[in-house]
Design a protein around this ligand. Structure first.
Ligand code: SF4
Length: 507
């Protein structure tokens, strides 16, 4: 019969471990440790601690920063996960010098870092600059919409939320009525009903508290948009996989090694974020000694979601060589002529097929004497509003009379929906200044424009893949714009430290 060594679990083993030897040079944890020890100014945290005379000793911010950065790099975002790692994982134990912080200390440190995170980001950016990781000739801007730590269930107009609260109150009464029969029910069922009652009560309290003296949240057109009773700064956003309640996390990236120059989370659409992102990048670059005109004459690429008159004007004012295409640019590109998704002219979207071509501006003639447009049915469209501005242009709006359109045999072809009462026609207003939209179209359609714009994918997309897939940043775990902004910047910070590890040599 075969003989084996004894399987004795009941024994004590003492293993000599050098914490220092766990942090092996060349690894990410070693780079994080050295960057935090030698290049980050931790005095920005001094004001937080007031225990020099009395009180217990605190966990050093160096420890907290190191373990949080390594945890984010490993895809651990929950403070409880980080706490566990600091007790079980030898790398985290080494980085925390054997003093594992608890989850509430970690969570409080991250969520109160809004004043310090800017300084930390600039410190790391300076290391990237000193190691020659910045090229400074081409930048790409992009964003990703990430869910907030809330449910869409808590979103709605104030009236909808009041209605929801009233429904919950009714439900509580119903549960309480059931509860009154409790003595006839098994104990486990009574317990379930009590739990349900408490949960509903908490929900009603949350809504009541939120609705107290609450003003409606207004959108850019001054109409009420949905509020959220849990994180009212988050907004509903359409994405390719459905509508989410969340934030739009943005990053401006340098082309050489994909170092992030600026990162910020917004509760707005891409086309509103180019200007604040450039401002944020200039602030970071100023902190490392770069001038205000850093972006002058440099290339900037961003996708068609950033295309707006305001974005193009900002780039013109900053003298940036911008490449920001309009939504139709693929349709004009012969290389995409055979691709179905661009045939209808809408990048990435399909439009339902229409039997007839709808009437457009070319089907209407202008009567200069009367200053009206004449429709294909011979009816007059008078000016309804002058100098309206959207993200692309300034335009006048003309409209037909309701009674003309009501009896018109061409209604189906002329009106966008059968329920529309009259035809509206928007006409672009000619401007004396060069038309930036047309200039950008010509630039993007040129051979150079196509070549330069094509670089965007390779520069900025891997950054989001690294953060959102490799580092598993799928959704924010904190609430409010300030806190999710800190979380996003910390991910950008750890991405940049990864670049230092991969391409730089710390002296
Ligand atoms: S629907 Fe109205 S605007 Fe259009 S063709 Fe008929 S009358 Fe003219």
């Amino acid at each position: 019969m075969a003989k084996f060594k004894p399987l004795n679990e009941n024994q004590l083993v003492m293993l000599p471990i050098s914490l220092q030897n766990q942090i092996v040079p060349g690894t990410l944890e070693h780079t994080i440790s050295r960057v935090v020890d030698e290049h980050i100014d931790l005095s920005v945290f001094d004001a937080r601690y007031n225990n020099d005379e009395t009180g217990a000793t605190a966990i050093h911010p160096k420890i907290l920063l190191k373990v949080i950065l390594l945890a984010y790099a490993r895809g651990m975002i929950s403070s409880r996960q980080i706490e566990r790692a600091c007790r079980e994982n030898i790398l985290f134990i080494a980085l925390s010098y054997g003093y594992p912080p608890d989850h509430s200390t970690i969570a409080a440190f991250i969520s109160s870092m809004q004043d310090e995170v800017q300084s930390l980001f600039s410190n790391v950016l300076l290391v990237c600059e000193e190691l020659g990781l910045l090229d400074g000739t081409h930048f790409s801007l992009d964003g990703v919409k990430l869910s907030a730590n809330v449910s869409k269930e808590w979103s709605g107009s104030l009236d909808e939320l009041k209605h929801k609260r009233d429904k919950l109150k009714e439900k509580i009464e119903h549960v309480m009525a059931e509860h009154a029969q409790a003595d006839k029910q098994p104990e486990v069922e009574v317990e379930r009903q009590q739990k349900q009652e408490k949960r509903l009560q908490r929900q009603v309290e949350r809504l009541t508290e939120f609705l107290k003296d609450r003003e409606p949240k207004l959108g850019s057109d001054n109409k009420e948009i949905q509020s959220n009773a849990v994180d009212n700064e988050s907004v509903k956003m359409p994405t390719s996989y459905g509508v989410i309640q969340g934030y739009n996390a943005q990053a401006l990236v340098d082309s050489k090694h994909q170092v992030i120059l600026a990162a910020e989370a917004f509760a707005s659409q891409d086309h509103e974020n180019l200007e604040p992102m450039l401002d944020g990048a200039k602030k970071n670059l100023k902190a490392i000694g770069k001038g205000e005109s850093y972006f002058e004459a440099k290339e900037l690429t961003a996708d068609s979601n950033y295309h707006s008159l305001n974005s193009l004007t900002v780039c013109q004012d900053e003298k940036i060589d911008a490449y920001i295409p309009d939504i139709q640019f693929r349709k004009r590109d012969a290389r995409f002529a055979e691709q179905e998704r661009f045939k209808d002219g809408v990048h990435g979207r399909q439009r339902p097929e229409t039997k007839t071509t709808p009437f457009t501006l070319v089907d209407f003639s202008f009567d200069a004497d009367k200053q009206v447009y004449i429709c294909p049915q011979g009816k007059e469209l008078t000016c309804h509003a002058h100098n309206q501005v959207n993200r692309h242009r300034t335009y006048d709006v003309y409209h037909a009379r309701v009674q003309d359109c009501a009896a018109c045999p061409l209604r189906a072809r002329c009106l966008s929906k059968p329920s529309t009462s009259r035809r509206y026609l928007s006409v672009q207003v000619d401007s004396q200044s060069p038309n930036l939209i047309d200039e950008m179209k010509a630039k993007i359609d040129s051979e150079d424009g196509k070549r330069i714009y094509a670089r965007r994918l390779g520069i900025v997309k891997p950054v989001f893949a690294n953060i959102c897939v490799h580092k598993r940043m799928h959704r924010f775990t904190l609430r409010s714009k300030t806190k999710v902004d800190v979380q996003w910047r910390l991910f950008a910070l750890v991405h940049n430290i990864g670049k230092i590890q991969a391409f730089g040599t710390l002296q």
